[in-house]
Ligand binder design. Structure first.
Ligand SMILES: Cc1cc2nc3c(=O)[nH]c(=O)nc-3n(C[C@H](O)[C@H](O)[C@H](O)COP(=O)(O)OP(=O)(O)OC[C@H]3O[C@@H](n4cnc5c(N)ncnc54)[C@H](O)[C@@H]3O)c2cc1C
Length: 406
């Protein structure tokens, strides 16, 4: 049974390896469409491995496992994400994780991404389940203890620091050049993972690798030097395993802003300005996503720091094909693209709606006109009344106070 680490360490071809990440969609139709997309992308790109995410708060546990098993049984090398969060009501979390691992193993899966997990939709702080694991390190240790070398294990790495360790900086002039290089800026404020916190993050990452992780997959970033600096730092810390860059596809303006603010990701000024300039033109954003992605991916390959490009596909294909066509890795892959089903690819467990989505609220139905920030607060234009001036009233509602209408 193949482990991803063997593919990564034995790769010596000219072309980079490609790997793809998908998430479990909310509806049955979405799942069927995802099966087709995964099949199509496998035929076009021959990915080295295929990641399936695990829903926030364990909300998609069964579906993640089913989709990963489906992938494994249809010619993908599945890399199943697993988080420390519970797998359902009234279950012992460790026993539930054990059973899920056993089911994955019985189905032929040999690769796991061991994660702590994000808080469930509607909550901002992560809480360990009673009797469960506290962090990804615990999960890595558990897998090695119970399953020995049955699974290849990867863990998450954060080139700009984990969002929990990124704080608002009152006076940016106090930042060192290294801190400045990984700082981010939103709403006129500066954020950064300070040197002392960054060192703690690196010490902790080393512990995850020493406990048995074979390789690291990174959080998204939009600047090649962020990645190469991180790789150099890992080596300084004695972390010698492969480090796989996670590449977020820029598919849409609102999604880009939502994700970068949620993760406090550094957005270089030129990228920020370009996105603002084209934000109202969905096609231009996708086109730019291809141009930007191709340049960044080429920069990563040229840096010789990674054998693989790992795409966060967002369950879509056009931008991935576009990037690889532009780099010359594929020839006219774009011709195979079919995104007519894009609307069905909404993540299961996500309470967030996108700009333009119809939602239901306690004040009746409405349309999301703005997602305010990482909080998930949405500005919603309500349909129920028209005010004297002809405008519709708006409500600012938290995640959980509105639901998307399909
Ligand atoms: C590649 C990738 C894939 C992901 N896939 C998913 C997914 O499928 N589902 C999902 O819900 N989320 C996913 N996430 C998000 C991830 O779950 C969150 O970022 C989560 O907040 C942290 O997970 P982790 O595994 O990095 O946590 P951990 O490695 O446990 O670390 C979390 C934070 O706690 C600190 N910390 C924890 N324990 C210790 C300790 N003992 N000593 C010192 N510091 C400690 C770390 O330094 C870090 O700041 C993914 C993230 C990445 C980068």
């Amino acid at each position: 049974m193949t482990k991803i680490i063997d593919i990564l360490t034995n790769h010596d071809g000219d072309k980079p390896l490609i790997s793809l990440e998908y998430f479990p969609p909310r509806s049955d139709v979405g799942v069927q469409n995802l099966h087709s997309r995964m099949d199509r992308m496998k035929n076009v790109l021959s990915p080295a491995f295929t990641d399936m995410t695990w829903g926030a708060g364990g909300s998609t546990a069964e579906l993640s496992l089913d989709l990963a098993l489906h992938a494994q049984n249809t010619g993908h090398l599945a890399n199943l994400h697993m988080t420390c969060t519970n797998l359902g009501e009234n279950v012992d979390p460790k026993e539930a994780i054990y059973k899920a691992l056993q089911k994955a193993k019985d189905g032929g899966i040999r690769n796991i991404v061991a994660l702590r997990g994000d808080p469930p939709a509607g909550e901002t702080e992560w809480k360990a389940a009673e009797g469960g694991f506290n962090c990804a390190l615990d999960l890595v240790k558990f897998i090695r203890e119970k399953f020995g070398d049955d699974f290849g294990i990867s863990v998450a790495g954060y080139p700009e620091g984990h969002p929990n360790a990124i704080t608002e900086i009152a006076d940016p002039s106090t930042l060192t050049p290294e801190e400045l290089a990984r700082s981010s800026h939103f709403d006129g404020k500066t954020y950064c993972c300070l040197e002392a916190d960054y060192k703690k993050e690196m010490d902790y990452l080393k512990q995850k690798v020493d406990a048995g992780a074979d390789f690291i997959i990174t959080q998204m970033f939009f600047d090649v030097t962020i990645f190469t600096t991180f790789v150099a730092d890992c080596r300084k810390w004695g972390i010698q395993c492969p480090i796989v860059p996670g590449i977020m596809c820029i598919n849409a303006y609102a999604g880009f802003r939502k994700m970068t603010q949620f993760c406090k990701t550094r957005v270089p000024q030129s990228l920020d300005e370009k996105m603002e300039a084209i934000k109202d033109d969905a096609e231009a954003v996708k086109e730019f996503g291809v141009t930007f992605g191709a340049e960044m991916c080429q920069g990563l390959i040229d840096s010789k720091t990674t054998p693989v490009l790992h795409f966060y596909t967002l369950n879509l294909e056009k931008v991935v094909y576009g990037i690889l066509d532009k780099m010359g890795v594929t020839q006219n892959a774009l011709a195979a693209a079919d995104e007519a089903d894009a609307h069905s690819q909404i993540a299961k467990g996500s309470a967030w709606a996108r700009v333009g989505d119809k939602v239901s609220t306690q004040y009746g139905e409405g349309v999301v006109v703005e997602q305010i920030a990482s909080t998930g607060v949405a500005k919603i234009e309500l349909n129920k009344w028209i005010m004297a001036g002809g405008q519709k009233p708006v409500a600012y509602l938290q995640k959980g106070q509105y639901t998307k209408i399909f």
